[in-house]
Design a binder for this molecule. Structure first.
Ligand SMILES: [Fe+2]
Length: 274
């Protein structure tokens, strides 16, 4: 197994934001020259699994170990994280109808974050070329792919239209699909995974004014779930990443992690875990 060590790139509030949303986008972080080289390489690969690209030093250095993306992976999966073993290319000839909503096979649901599903656009992917559509917070929302496929547009979904060189990290179980592509042309989208090899602890960038008790665990509406369940799930995943799962507990009612009134009517919420 190939692993990588580097400096963490995310701060406390960004790690929590990832727990809430289930994805994080780094726009245009890969240099244009590498994007062009990747497109050239892929044009000679009609296969949907161009895994050989993982043997190319220029690709590994600039995409797989891209400073911003790898810094985020390092923050979420810890040091010595495992590198991708398989490369998929979600190539589509546009125009093309939207894909069905789905979560990828072999998904698990829960607070653990032991691997990441990552996407890279080697070319610009405007709305017309059917960017990946992601449902914020849905990594905690269990449903079978066969039962979510019939949904059409969902209010609150995020379409990852972005320039060439964009990398986005997702929790594996997030609901997603290729959106409708009304334009013309070929769209390439690479997908790969990273793995955790070390147990979780708070080894990302500390933010001096970040406070676990008063942090904002709320995902903007709509959350597609029971009221405030988003706060509970995001807090539980954050505690898992802290290596503090054993101390995670919620009292329910208006207590932590429902922190809307902290700072307005109270200085500290009720029910913060020890
Ligand atoms: Fe998928």
């Amino acid at each position: 197994m190939k692993t990588h060590s580097c400096r963490p790139g995310l701060k406390d509030s960004q790690v929590l934001e990832f727990c809430k949303q289930g994805f994080m986008v780094f726009e245009g972080v890969v240099p244009d020259e590498i994007n062009r080289r990747a497109v050239d390489y892929l044009s000679g690969f009609p296969s949907h699994e161009p895994t050989e690209i993982l043997e190319e030093d220029w690709f590994v250095e600039n995409v797989i170990l891209n400073e911003q993306a790898a810094g985020a992976v390092r923050s979420l999966l810890g040091q010595n994280f495992g590198l991708p073993i398989l490369m998929s290319n979600h190539r589509v000839q546009c125009p093309s109808p939207a894909q069905n909503w789905h979560r990828d096979g072999n998904s698990k649901h829960g607070p653990a974050l032991d691997y990441l599903q990552v996407f890279y656009y080697p070319e610009d992917c405007p709305i017309e070329l059917g960017p990946t559509e992601l449902l914020p917070g849905s990594h905690f929302l269990f449903s079978l792919s066969k039962q979510m496929g019939h949904y059409g547009g969902i209010r609150g979904a995020y379409r990852a239209a972005a320039p060439a060189g964009t990398i986005f990290l997702t929790v594996y179980s997030i609901w997603h699909r290729r959106s409708t592509a009304a334009g013309t042309g070929l769209r390439n989208l690479l997908k790969y995974n990273y793995w955790r090899t070390e147990s979780p602890h708070r080894d990302w960038i500390r933010e001096p004014d970040f406070d676990i008790a008063s942090a904002n665990y709320k995902l903007p509406d709509p959350t597609f779930r029971e009221q405030f369940r988003d706060c509970h799930d995001a807090a539980e995943m954050f505690f898992w990443l802290l290596g503090k799962s054993d101390s995670f507990a919620v009292s329910g009612g208006q207590g932590w992690p429902l922190n809307q009134h902290v700072g307005k009517y109270m200085s500290n919420p009720y029910g913060v875990p020890e």
